[in-house]
Design a protein around this ligand. Structure first.
Ligand code: DGJ
Length: 747
């Protein structure tokens, strides 16, 4: 077991293949943090890691009379509380009925389990085999009220991951109000870090941002009711000299899809306290006696192999221990989506024509996007009425699916179940089902629509029945589950006044419950989550939906940045990526068809264009792209992914994938903007076997090179246009160009 415990000294050592996490029971009964970082040997006694000043600390406050050293202000802790000698960001904040906010949670017991228990009502990483993880649950008890706090740590030893979450169990006689309850806090002995996070906006999601930690509190968060495209529920702390390939980094990824906070406080001793969890803003949860409250899970990764090391760990873990069901580890079908091809203007004939052309290109799945249901000719109407529009599809969905199946394509469909349009039968029948603040006359709209109140069981039951009916009505094997607005005027008519602070979280719990039921009933369906593109691209969604539409931006140039950032945490197989038409609909940019495919292939690959409108030459090119993708799909979606050159640091970008046995690899180099009279480029590859000889096919050239040459000397990128004469050999000319190399080990 990777969990060592010294009962006598009250010390706990969690060890993974490459990291150690050590904590202890302090003399006041609280938990103190001793170390998190590169693996150290286990020893019987870690007491020497506990640091306390020898002399009185001026201006501090102390727990024990006559002892001017024991101040929580200078002690590293596991789950710090508010109100007693520590003035930093606490892990939790609760109000008792008598008005007190002071708690004294002291160590009571611990339990070690094989495997990993489920978290009640929440998505979380899991194991199939109980030997894949071990779990430590430490129980603390509030001296005065008897309320219990359980801290859960699961250790994925081989995956190099530790997950944490907390649970409050009200064993007391009175209700308590939880105003803050984070998933984890980690105290570091210094603050020499940069905080790396993924922020953005609609059609500009998950750009990599980095800032040197400053004194004070710095954080990212969401108050939108979704995890948001503004800030992904993830951040990493890296050392200043850590790169993509070397150096220390700590990742924190929250398995949650709603309001969250993640940040760091640097205090007056220059030490850093990292924290992540549910956003305490506008949050207040009443916990009655005999009830418990469970926080979401945070997945913590320590890597000494730079950001790539951290990402590869997340990719492996999430692909194997977060994604579930039949589609886990399965190559994803190449799809064609009609959204950018037709928007709302289509009929059955048009759809079948696109499907015909798609089949001819080698595409495997046809996805019917928005606009297929009664009255939906623009975005002002009909959400909630999930009945086929007979004007557009006169023979119904079942017949359409059949005809598409007959062509040899699977059939998938778009839905947006969480929403209702004001102009809809559903709204007419149930205006009270809308999420809105009590007695408030305004409900702001977003994309002309309202959010259904998923805190209500009757609403969830209705959605379960309606969506089940729809999915049974035709041979549907793929669902794109959209969600196109943020929450405003958050409140629920069905919840008491003093519990309105629970609504945003209860909504997410309701959504999870609905998704659990639907994915259980339709295990064969591949689900793709979407929220105006990437407004809810998070590990919580990934637990239910095996892939996510990364962004509404399909411009290859922009997608390089979006997919580069997304790959910091999320497996390539989960990143929905499509080739679309040019000029691009979001930016007006014209990029080569080759580059568009070179970007989209590193993801859950597809096309989002009118396949009937392609020229004969484009059709031929697309056929070749699809053939290539099919030959290498497993490697592209499930190989070990390395980011090589960042689009955020220059005008070139590059990444590659390597097979587990290192015998195959695919590398792609993107020149985002042409450089006049450009210098030579040698791209240093990663992850190859130094002693293997690789046949490297790039453009028209085939060479045989050793792994060590490719990694240490580099792969020479083929000739760029030098500004005078374009020859047969010149392949890189102009902006947004790319070249791809396929490596195969040979004897
Ligand atoms: C937003 C999505 O991100 C798009 O891909 C498309 O499905 C539209 N919604 C449809 O309304």
């Amino acid at each position: 077991m990777p969990i060592f415990i010294n009962e006598l000294l009250g010390q706990f050592h969690l060890q993974t293949k490459e990291s150690s996490y050590i904590f202890c029971v302090l003399k006041n009964g609280q938990l103190g943090h001793l170390y998190y970082g590169k693996k150290v040997n286990h020893r019987d006694n870690f007491s020497h890691l506990f640091q306390l000043p020898n002399e009185p600390v001026g201006n501090a406050t102390f727990l024990y009379k006559g002892d001017q050293t024991f101040s929580l202000e200078v002690i590293k802790q596991e789950y710090p509380s508010y109100g007693t000698t520590d003035f930093r960001e606490p892990a939790f904040h609760i109000w008792y009925e008598d008005g007190s906010r002071i708690t004294q949670f002291v160590f009571q017991s611990y339990e070690v389990l094989k495997g990993k228990p489920k978290l009640e009502g929440l998505p979380a990483t899991y194991v199939d085999d109980e030997n894949d993880a071990a779990t430590l649950i430490v129980t603390l008890c509030d001296k005065r009220t008897g309320i219990k706090l359980q801290l859960q740590y699961s250790v994925f030893e081989h995956e190099n991951v530790i997950t944490r979450s907390a649970r409050l169990i009200n064993n007391g006689k009175h209700s308590v109000a939880i105003e803050r309850m984070l998933s984890a806090v980690v105290d570091y002995p210094d603050s020499q870090f940069e905080m790396v996070h993924l922020d953005g906006a609609w059609i500009r999601e998950r750009h990599v941002t980095s800032r040197v930690l400053q004194k004070g509190v710095q954080f990212i968060d969401s108050k939108r009711g979704t995890s948001s495209s503004q800030h992904n529920p993830f951040f990493a702390l890296k050392r200043k000299d850590t790169t993509e390939h070397i150096g220390e980094v700590y990742g924190f990824s929250l398995v949650y899809s709603g309001n969250f906070i993640g940040g760091v406080e640097v205090d007056h001793y220059d030490v850093a306290r990292a924290f992540i969890g549910l956003n305490p803003f506008d949050f207040r949860w009443i916990l009655h006696p005999n009830e418990s409250f469970q926080t979401p899970e945070v997945v913590m990764v320590y890597s000494s192999n730079g950001l790539n090391g951290m990402s590869q760990t997340y990719h492996r873990l999430y692909a194997s221990h977060l994604v579930r069901g039949l589609w886990r580890h399965r190559p994803r079908p190449i799809l064609i989506n009609n959204w950018e091809a037709t928007y709302f203007q289509f009929d059955e004939e048009k759809l079948l024509a696109i499907a015909d052309a798609a089949k001819d290109l080698g595409i495997e799945l046809f996805v019917l996007d928005d606009g297929w249901f009664e009255g939906r000719n623009d975005d002002t109407t009909s959400l909630g009425d999930w009945r086929v529009d007979q004007n557009k599809i006169p023979n119904g969905l079942s017949s359409l699916a059949e005809r598409i199946n007959e062509k040899g394509l699977q059939f998938g469909i778009w839905i947006e179940p969480e929403m209702v349009s004001e102009k809809s039968r559903l709204y007419e029948a149930h205006p009270d089902w809308v999420l809105k603040a009590p007695n408030c006359s305004t409900v702001s709209h977003g994309r002309n629509q309202y959010i259904l109140d998923l805190t209500r069981k009757d609403v969830r039951d209705y959605l379960y029945e309606t969506i089940s009916h729809l999915l049974k009505s035709a041979n549907i094997t793929y669902v794109k589950w959209d969600m196109n607005r943020n929450m405003t005027e958050v409140g629920s008519a069905s919840i008491e006044a003093n519990r309105q602070g629970e609504v945003a979280h209860r909504y997410i719990l309701g959504l999870y419950e609905l998704l659990e039921r639907l994915t259980y009933t339709f295990p064969h369906v591949l689900f793709e989550s979407c929220a105006s593109g990437g407004n809810r691209f998070d590990p919580g969604m990934l637990y239910y939906m095996q892939q996510g539409w990364a962004s509404d931006n399909t411009d290859a140039f922009e997608r390089i940045k979006i997919q580069y950032g997304t790959s910091l945490v999320y497996p390539i197989s989960s990143i929905g990526a499509h080739v679309s038409a040019v000029p691009n609909h979001q930016t007006g940019r014209v990029t080569p068809l080759e580059t568009r495919a070179h970007v989209a292939m590193f993801g859950a690959f597809g096309y989002e264009l009118d396949a009937t409108a392609l020229t004969a030459q484009e059709k031929q090119q697309v056929k070749e792209q699809i053939l290539f993708f099919k030959q290498h799909r497993k490697l592209l979606q499930y190989g070990t992914f390395y980011r090589l050159l960042s689009p955020f640091e220059g005008t070139d970008a590059a990444w590659m994938v390597v097979s587990d046995d290192k015998k195959e690899a695919i590398v792609v180099f993107y020149r985002l903007l042409a450089k006049p009279n450009p210098p030579f480029v040698r791209l240093h590859l990663k992850g190859l076997d130094v002693s293997f000889k690789y046949e490297v096919k790039m453009e028209k050239q085939t060479q045989v090179l050793y792994g060590d040459e490719l990694m240490h000397i580099g792969l020479f990128i083929p000739p760029f246009y030098m500004g005078t004469v374009k020859t047969e050999e010149t392949v890189m000319i102009g902006d947004y160009v790319s070249c791809l190399a396929v490596l195969k080990a040979v004897d």
